[in-house]
Design a protein around this ligand. Structure first.
Ligand code: ASP
Length: 354
């Protein structure tokens, strides 16, 4: 009896010892990934979905790639030194807004009356706080004003004159409307004006005519998992070329073009906003993970490939473990991504997908 006890103890004690080491190692790995107390971080950015980049000039390709690389580097540098998700998203989106070859901030598309009307939103997945602005015409960096909606107002969404008065009160940088207008967008708008009325009124409701280089959308966005385990998402746009006065797309609408929740993921969309709003695309991706048990990759692909019609746009997303998804159903989507494990990519068209 005694020897039996002795034998089982000889087997059991090292077993318990080894499995407790394995358990604590697993726990460590888990907490490194989930709580982010280590150095794990992920970032993805986009510069809009739409027409095939093969139809662009060499110069257009180069300028957009340079813009993506520069904005990604802003985010990577900050994340490497422990930057917070909301700060990183704001800084990266500002860089893209300031770049004249994306449809956000300077370089935004013109609406039917030839004005730039800008929309933006930002969301903090940790505290579930969000701020949006829409139809602003003088705010240099709409993403920063959207963030001030969170920190300095009791609201989540400010529009038009009210949003600009709010900016004035806070001393947020304002510019003359001409600051946003570039020659490239003037040429696009002139070509758009020459089109017949049917084209002008129908395309907001439909997928993009991807054979037409005019329909490179160029909205910008950034999603981040920081090394503290927090997620954030930001999106900024001039909307759709030739949009009607007063039209607001998905970009400033939380749950449609932008969303973040620490338990699931952070998402920023680009495409025909009307379609993203109808299907609550950003929220759908998060809910498919939370309630549907899908992975980030599955939830993001389902939204873009099964829910939205072909040629309507794409999205970027990171989850709470640092996975990245960037599906799109148009010929191109300007995008770039990086992770703390050394992964880096930047691409405009399909064939360059990671
Ligand atoms: N989604 C934006 C909008 O509909 C446009 C874009 O993504 O380029 O306003």
């Amino acid at each position: 009896m005694k020897s039996k006890f002795f034998l089982s103890a000889c087997w059991l004690i090292p077993h318990i010892f080894l499995s407790s080491i394995a358990h604590s190692l697993r726990g460590q790995q888990e907490s490194q990934t989930v709580n982010g107390s280590s150095s794990i971080w992920s970032i993805a950015i986009h510069g809009g979905a739409g027409a095939d980049p093969k139809r662009w000039t060499h110069e257009q390709i180069q300028l957009r790639m340079e813009g993506l690389h520069a904005a990604l580097q802003v985010g990577v540098s900050s994340l490497e030194s422990g930057g917070e998700a909301m700060d990183v998203v704001e800084a990266v989106v500002r860089a893209l807004e300031d770049h004249p070859h994306f449809n956000a901030g300077r370089g935004a598309v013109w609406n039917a009356e030839g004005n730039c009307m800008l929309d933006a939103s930002i969301m903090d997945g940790h505290q579930m706080l969000c701020g949006s602005v829409a139809s602003v015409q003088r705010v240099k960096n709409p993403i920063s004003l959207a963030r001030r909606v969170i920190s300095d107002s009791a609201h989540v969404f400010l529009v038009g004159d009210g949003a600009e008065k709010f900016a004035e009160q806070l001393g947020v940088a304002l510019v003359e409307p001409d600051y946003f207008r570039t020659d490239e967008q003037r040429r696009s708008w002139n070509r758009w004006k020459e089109r017949d009325v049917t084209n002008k009124t129908s395309w907001n409701q439909n997928p993009i005519n991807v054979d037409d280089p005019l329909f490179y959308l160029g909205t910008v966005g950034c999603v981040v998992l920081d090394s503290h385990g927090n997620l954030a998402a930001g999106t900024s746009t001039g909307g759709l070329l030739g949009k009607r006065w007063g039209r607001i797309g998905d970009s400033p609408i939380i749950g449609a073009g932008n969303y973040a929740k620490n338990a699931t993921c952070a998402i920023s969309c680009t495409g025909v906003g009307e379609l993203f709003i109808r299907h609550a695309i950003a929220m759908r991706v998060s809910l498919q993970m939370e309630l549907g048990g899908k992975s980030l990759e599955e939830a993001a692909s389902e939204a873009i490939d099964s829910i939205l019609p072909k040629d309507s746009g794409g999205l970027i997303a990171v989850d709470h473990r640092g996975h990245i998804a960037m599906p799109f159903n148009t010929p191109g989507m300007a995008r770039a991504a990086a992770r703390s494990d050394g992964y880096r990519m930047a691409a405009l068209g399909k064939e360059e997908s990671p």
